[in-house]
Design a protein around this ligand. Structure first.
Ligand code: ADP
Length: 360
């Protein structure tokens, strides 16, 4: 046997503010307050218990002005629980704040109201929205900065290149070997810098083409294969391609993604080995395709597997393997623009698999 519980005491211990209204005049939609628990003190800054028995309209006119009293009345009349959406309410007796609540009919003339103050939540939401906007603007101006500077930097570099060429052509007979060699170095460094600047330009443009389309990845990889025919033939590459799905995305970016991963798989091989490259796909059953590009190349040490996705991060000298070091940074940006992820698994001297996900 349980002792009888004091229900009012129990309701006073609840965190949820509750008050109950009774219709006193159906015509005028008048109510009086017949119950309130203690949680109201914290929730709206008022001890509603002090208002028990009083007329609602006279003491809380704001409830009528913002349409809350209408909802309470509707709940009584329809005998249905009604959600009261976000509403900003304040009164001579109640703190002004943003509230949501619920009106639940208890009898044919009484309704119970529960509510919560959501101003802190709204404030946090506003702050987050603002921060997000600031971040977006900063990102945009950074990309514009990258675009403008890399665009303008090309001009003086072109001038240096042309003058090096003129010097080498016109003054060739008057130069000794040392001088020729130095000019050669200036020329090749300038070309390298130019390539890097072009890469930054390309990188800053990724994501600017907003329209997405349906892309048949089979067709895409087939086209890349045709473009790479000379390279594939000369290196005797064994290419295995599974049946690939169609995805929604930017055609030029998806093409660049596959192209970078395939060309790296062919490039980063031990001398003399025949590259074997497989392109596969799996459905992760959670809304994503997991594509993979596997090679039998030199592999990547565990410590380097994150770093290689950073701009201009290379693990080898130009003499060993040529490159600018931006291909994988592009891949990362492209995959992120398509709401996916990219990562690599690898065994040194045996090969690597680059995985990336694209939502379907
Ligand atoms: P790049 O090829 O121009 O150097 P990437 O950004 O494409 O630039 O690659 C960055 C680095 O990651 C490469 O320099 C190489 O060291 C490493 N890497 C990329 N792909 C592979 C691969 N398939 N196998 C081994 N190492 C790779």
């Amino acid at each position: 046997m349980y002792d009888a519980l004091d229900t009012y005491k129990l309701l006073d211990k609840l965190d949820t503010p509750i008050f109950v209204l009774k219709v006193t005049d159906f015509e005028k939609q008048d109510f009086k307050l017949i119950y309130a628990n203690e949680a109201n003190i914290i929730a709206c800054g008022v001890d509603l218990k002090k208002f028990i028995g009083v007329d609602l309209r006279a003491n809380f006119p704001g409830l009528y002005e913002v349409g809350l009293a209408d909802k309470y009345f509707e709940s009584v009349m329809t005998q249905k629980t009604l959600e009261v959406g976000e509403v900003v309410y304040g009164d001579k007796n109640v703190n002004r704040s943003a509230y949501t609540g619920k009106a639940t009919p208890i009898s044919e003339d009484t309704v119970m109201v529960t509510y919560k103050d959501i101003s802190a939540l709204k404030e946090a939401e506003q702050k987050l929205l603002h921060q997000n906007q600031v971040l977006k603007e900063k990102n945009k101006s950074l990309e514009e900065f990258a675009y403008i500077t890399s665009h303008d930097l090309q001009e003086p570099l072109n001038t240096i290149s042309s003058f090096v060429e003129i010097l080498l052509k016109t003054y060739d007979e008057r130069m000794d070997d040392n001088c020729r060699q130095i000019l050669g170095h200036i020329g090749s460094s300038t070309t390298r810098l130019k390539n890097m600047i072009i890469s930054i330009l390309e990188y800053s443009r990724l994501g600017t083409q907003k329209e997405k389309m349906n892309i048949d990845c089979n067709l895409l990889v087939q086209e890349i294969q045709e473009d790479f025919k000379t390279l594939l033939d000369s290196k005797e590459v064994k290419l295995h391609i599974s049946n690939l799905p169609s995805v929604n995305g930017s055609a030029s970016e998806m093409r660049m993604l596959f192209q970078n991963l395939i060309s790296n798989a062919i490039k980063y091989q031990e001398k003399g080995s025949i590259p074997e490259v497989s392109i596969n796909v799996e459905d992760n059953q959670q809304g994503y395709w997991i594509f993979s590009v596997t090679d039998n190349g030199i592999g990547i040490a565990e410590n380097d597997r994150q770093k290689i996705f950073k701009m201009f991060h290379r693990l080898h000298l130009q003499q060993e393997y040529q490159g600018v070091g931006i291909g994988l940074a592009n891949c990362l940006k492209i995959v992120q623009n398509h709401n996916g992820k990219i990562w690599v698994e690898s065994v040194l001297h045996q090969g690597s698999t680059f995985y990336f996900t694209i939502p379907y």
